[in-house]
Design a protein around this ligand. Structure first.
Ligand code: ATP
Ligand code: MG
Ligand code: FE
Length: 329
């Protein structure tokens, strides 16, 4: 069974073809719009939707060529349906509907956060639920208990900023280009992570809050008292401490051995190393997708669509973006 996955929820236009029988991604294209948004210091929704519209058709034909397949060989179409920028989602959903209707193939609307989580399974075929999912992305900071590919329980979420948003805002204040995460990671390498002590908010709650640390770092930048490298390193270290603090509160209540960490911020090499090392001794294994699959991609949409297909939950042509099952957000 060949599944086409379409992702347009934010500023990546991406498609992948997944062969469910061979359990293999046959071809994948990720076209990033980062250069278009950089001058604005963040994603401009109108520019994002228009660019998805321009790119989708070319990417569709290019991916079929790369996989050496014809349109008729596609058995299932999966598309990100929520959450995301509404205009961007609409472009992807409209394209997917037209395609599924024209090809007379089933269509599945995929929750983007479920897809981030399940992306880990593509490269770790032995990893099976139940496990914990920590999503650290541009728009979300969530911990889910994943009972099956279709059954997510939200255990913890941020009450204000997402961790990726926090990286981006700190970077912007430092005059670094968008997206800020990789820039902070780079300069933090030359800094002292213990130079400045930032607090962890909501210590007794499983929920996250990042607005306090964001403001604390922004104030430090204003004061101009510290080396930029030390600021970046101390900020990253606090994010790491924050993540393990909340994860530990959740783990204490559950007998769980596997944790998957996904979303754009999980591409951060420092956080990967620190989290892996920290949990090594406790018998808990941390799984990450490859860095390519940490940020938005069609691979995770195709894979998740296939998982949902086994549950026989399809998307009707009358349904629209945000009519998504399961609604795990
Ligand atoms: P969501 O998945 O919540 O809808 P999104 O799709 O915009 O949001 P992703 O594309 O998964 O988010 O991730 C983008 C975020 O990841 C940005 O905030 C970016 O700064 C951050 N990011 C990317 N690489 C790194 C890195 N190396 N270190 C820290 N953050 C990073
Ligand atoms: Mg993005
Ligand atoms: Fe994402």
């Amino acid at each position: 069974m060949i599944v086409l996955g379409i992702e347009t929820s934010c500023d990546e236009t991406s498609m992948a073809l997944y062969d469910a029988n061979k359990q293999k991604v046959l071809a994948s294209i990720i076209s990033s719009q980062v250069d278009l948004h950089r001058n604005f210091g963040g994603v401009v929704p109108e520019i994002a939707s228009r660019n998805h519209l321009i790119k989708l058709e070319d990417i569709y034909y290019q991916i079929l060529k790369e996989a050496n397949l014809t349109p008729k060989q596609i058995d299932l179409v999966g598309v990100t349906n929520a959450p995301g920028l509404i205009g961007s989602l609409f472009v992807g959903v409209a394209f997917a509907k037209g395609l599924a209707y024209g090809l007379k193939k089933p269509l599945i609307g995929v929750n983007h956060l479920a897809a981030h989580t399940l992306s880990t399974e593509i490269e770790h075929p032995n990893l099976k639920p139940p496990y914990l999912s920590l999503i650290i992305s541009g728009g979300h900071t969530h911990i889910y208990y994943v009972d099956s590919a279709y059954n997510f329980t939200l255990l913890s979420h941020t009450i204000d900023d997402a961790v990726g948003e926090c990286f981006d805002k700190v970077a912007k204040k430092l005059g670094l280009p968008y997206p800020g995460g990789p820039e902070i990671e780079k300069i933090a390498q030359d800094g002292d992570e213990k130079a400045i002590e930032f607090p962890i908010a909501l210590k007794n709650s499983k929920n996250f809050s990042f607005s306090g640390i964001k403001t604390a770092v922004l104030n430090c930048i204003e004061e101009n008292k510290y080396k930029v490298e030390d600021l970046a390193a101390s900020f990253q270290y606090t994010i790491f401490r924050n993540l393990i603090h909340k994860l530990n509160l959740v783990i204490k209540e559950l007998n769980i051995k596997n944790v998957v960490v996904t979303g754009g911020v999980s591409a951060n090499g420092y956080l990967r190393e620190k989290l892996t090392d920290y949990y090594k001794k406790s018998g808990i294994t941390i799984y990450f997708p490859s860095k390519r699959l940490s940020t938005d991609n069609g691979d995770m949409i195709a894979y998740t669509a296939y998982k949902f297909y086994t549950k026989r939950v399809f998307m009707g042509l009358r349904e629209t973006a945000y009519d998504v099952k399961p609604d795990i957000d």
